[in-house]
Design a protein around this ligand. Sequence first.
Ligand code: MCA
Ligand code: AMP
Length: 512
Amino acid sequence: MSSDNLFAALRAAFPADLDATAIEVADGEAPLSYSWRDLERATAMLANLLESLELPAGSRVAVQTEKSVEALMLYLAVLRAGFVYLPLNTAYQAAEIEYFIGNAEPAVVVCAPKNFGWVSKLAFKAGTRHVFTLGDDRSGSLLERASHQGDQHVPAVRGADDLAAILYTSGTTGRSKGAMLTHGNMLSNARTLKAYWGWQPGDVLVHALPIFHVHGLFVAIHGALLNGSKMIWLAKFDPKRVLAALPRATVFMGVPTLYVRLLAEPGLTRAACSGMRLFVAGSAPLLPETFNAWRERTGQAILERYGMSETVMLTSNPYDPADGERRAGTVGFPLPRVQLRVRDEGRDCPRGEIGGIEVKGPNVFAGYWRLPEKTKEEFTDDGWFKTGDVGRIDERGYVCIVGRSKDLIISGGYNVYPAEIEGYINDMPGVAESAVVGVPHPDFGEAVVAVVVPRAGAQLEGAAIAAALKAQIANFKVPKLVELVQELPRNTMGKVQKNLLRERHKGLFATG
Ligand code: MCA
Ligand code: AMP
């Protein structure tokens, strides 16, 4: 029977020589490498373990572990066995994890050994039957249990419309929603990018991103695997180690913060990058000054692209010069098979005019997990997905993102939803109300800032509010500054004027 299982397609691209190196770990004390055969065998054993649990079809496998090659193998094994992968940011704390597990009801949860106590308690409470551990040093019950399994496994037959992964994101409003991505969404996008970015024999990818979001998990990993390409693997981004790896590599992908930090390294030179074919940036706006500084230092133009958890990749600056130059401040053209339009008040905007970005294509997700009404709201009647991004198409057809209609801050490539942080602050004793905004930051692109109004007579301190938040939520969401004020600026409708707060604080982290 024919199958659209994403793993099977990736597996089919493994090189003939299975003993060649697939992954070289470049940040451990001792060099460590994994062959294609290791990937094949370990994913088979893990898939057999999952199958031995006799899980219902469509079961979710939620994973919060440190980045490791074994964690990647687990992702591939979940695809291979035909279950649904649910990656979770390692920075999430108990309240965040409780929400995701409660909402997704995973049959299996895999966590770091040090978190087993609290994670298993939350998981068992939510009805999860199996909780395994996986450490970044190959420790834990998952690999121990898998070691007793056979190393042969036939990938489960899955159709293009079958679910492969759920990624939690807040969409345009409200609480975090699970974006359901199918095998077909991801495979079609991976194939499009393979062709558009000219993946070729001999390519080697430096992988330095986290593997719980679209950029590191899908764009980078699917790209390398679908090309049978070796990865040089860094569990944590370290600019010096990336630079040391570049002479053995051809492709690098990063959020803008990674490029800013690499630019701060004197070792970033034309010579260091001379073997590199492609630098890709995305997940947040790449400032033209970063694009220009990079070109000056390395002689190479970063290729900026744009995507979302709900859609994987949507647009890309051209790879092939015959298709045009890479233009700073733009995210390029809609990818082949992706349709994109800019709309305002129910009509298509002429070139140059600003409106909401809407998209269609085989890459667009299957909807929000158990939220058919919300899903409907985020699509137009004629089937276009409303991205919540605001932009225009310039005279040459390049898409430019000029803002967001969704209240979202992107800090160092991570999304922060102001309403969530405001909720935590407003629940604190002595707080009357608060407003959270993003302001320019030289390292993170945007930084989270909270403006808080105390209740009459309450004695509050900004630093204490930040410390209390740090104990509750992922550290990257914690405001870099908490300002106390007597009142928030409001318009005549009573709505908080966040633009005024952003304006007031825009120079807060300015350098020079
Ligand atoms: C770390 N910190 C941050 C961030 N990261 N603060 C704000 N924003 C951040 N992104 C703070 C921590 O809270 C901590 O502060 C201090 O920095 C050190 O933490 P550490 O973990 O050591 O930081 P780091 O290793 O320097 O991390 C910075 C980073 C990381 C490497 C830029 O944030 C990162 O890997 N970002 C990539 C995110 C990503 O992959 N996004 C793709 C999403 P304290 O000590 O005070 O607690 S996919 C997507 O958006 C779409 C679909 C797309 O188009 O790709
Ligand atoms: P996520 O919810 O993590 O999927 O984040 C998706 C959002 O990231 C998009 O809706 C955009 O707002 C933003 N984004 C991704 N790539 C870019 C880019 N190259 N430039 C500007 N914004 C981007």
